[in-house]
Design a protein around this ligand. Structure first.
Ligand code: F3S
Length: 404
């Protein structure tokens, strides 16, 4: 079926608005055709990607080309973290030639008019869609948060396409933009008592493995679950599976006072107990960890509340000799922490803040063999990405492991 276009979309395709919008619409038309979309929807924001670790030279040249053609984002557009910490790559030992490519990407997206948040938690740095908004977000953990926690609508927008959505201000209406594709199909009952933040990570990992690409609805999660805890649940589920939308009965907006199954019976239903969670938690520590040399947290990026909690845990402590502790967070959150005195406490303990960065999409400029994290998503990716052993545990245990 042909895609229905309005006058503005036809004009963009003809090139009436310039070469960059024409190219953007041509690319989006291909996506529309591939997924059988009948029309486009306007988007209120875009979360794109500009990290060299995934985009490589081809992505860099693509963004530079759109910038050179005068391309401009016509809706608020943020982007994922960069592949080096932009303000301290040199002092932390990142390779200069690699950093230079990342800096070219930074220049290209600046010219394209993106808002330079460099974070996988755009919802913590000013990009907050409303319930029911159509957005085009790329980062899988942010996609999960937008769909599930906010009730906005987005697919996992491929990195190279997100910038097209930003320039054209629209995206083909297909998959999760359509009501009928947001229905839960499998059910997970959590019967594990009080849940810690680490439990939300672990449940997310289990959820991704169980649901795959299906849409799960969960019971047994309290409506006191925090934004950070739901952030971890979604990020972990998107890393061990391809969950882009989950519902929690009585908690998330599309399952708060309505049936997420829309009257259908779940295709599959499971119940996970405390024992199931303990086994899954244990399995996230790799088989041969040595002594923990380096703690890495902030996947997804730490919020100000998490930085404050960490400061309380390390107040008056120091890192042991030859140990490192890195925290990933947005620039804005780092600056907030500075104003609040939180940063001084962290620095005093020897903790490094890597604002704007992410270890999964960066080179690892260290030779440490065993790392520890409190993040299910880091636990999913780091052992294979960086060939390290990994210990998975609570933030309290992360602190205990490397401080005195
Ligand atoms: Fe963010 Fe990187 Fe984790 S982009 S969600 S810190 S893998």
């Amino acid at each position: 079926m042909a895609v229905k276009l309005n006058k503005e979309e036809e004009a963009m395709l003809r090139g009436d608005h310039g070469e960059a919008p024409k190219i953007a619409m041509e690319v989006l038309m291909r996506l529309a055709t591939a997924f059988g979309a009948e029309e486009f929807v306007p988007v209120s924001s875009v979360q794109a990607m500009a990290h060299y670790g995934s985009l490589h030279d081809a992505g860099l040249e693509w963004l530079e080309k759109l910038a050179a053609l005068g391309g401009q984002c016509c809706v608020p557009t943020t982007q994922d973290p960069a592949s080096v910490p932009l303000d301290k790559w040199e002092s932390l030992g990142f390779d200069g030639a690699y950093a230079a490519k990342q800096k070219r990407l930074a220049q290209a997206i600046k010219e394209l008019g993106e808002v330079l948040t460099w974070s996988c938690t755009p919802f913590n740095v000013g990009s907050i869609p409303r319930f029911g908004d159509n957005v085009a977000w790329a980062e899988s953990s942010a996609v999960s948060y937008a769909n599930s926690v906010i009730g906005a609508r987005t697919n996992r927008t491929p990195a190279g396409l997100a910038i097209c959505a930003a320039i054209a201000g629209r995206i083909p209406k297909e998959r999760l933009y359509l009501d009928e594709n947001r229905t839960a199909t499998v059910k997970v009952n959590i019967d594990a008592g009080t849940l810690s933040t680490l439990d939300y990570n672990t449940i997310g990992i289990m959820l991704g493995k169980f649901a795959g690409t299906r849409i799960p609805a969960l019971t047994g999660i309290p409506n006191t679950a925090s934004s950070d805890q739901l952030k971890y649940l979604g990020a972990s589920a998107a890393s061990s599976g391809s969950v882009a939308l989950y519902h929690i009965l009585g908690v998330t907006p599309e399952a708060f006072d309505r049936d997420p199954f829309k009257g259908n019976k779940p295709a599959e239903e499971v119940t996970w107990t405390r024992q199931d969670l303990a086994a899954a938690e244990q399995a996230l520590t790799t088989k041969n960890p040595g002594e923990i040399e380096h703690v890495v947290v902030g996947c997804p990026h730490y919020s100000i509340w998490e930085l404050k909690t960490l400061a309380k845990l390390v107040a008056g402590k120091k890192l042991k000799k030859n140990k490192e502790f890195w925290v990933y967070t947005p620039f804005e959150t780092e600056s907030l922490a500075q104003r609040m005195g939180v940063l001084d406490v962290l620095k005093e303990a020897g903790i490094q803040i890597l604002a704007s960065n992410c270890l999964v999409i960066s080179p690892y400029p260290r030779s440490h063999k065993t790392l520890m994290t409190d993040s299910g998503k880091f636990a999913s990716y780091l052992p294979s990405e960086h060939h390290i052993e990994l210990v998975y545990g609570s933030i309290e245990n992360c602190v205990k492991a490397v401080t005195e």
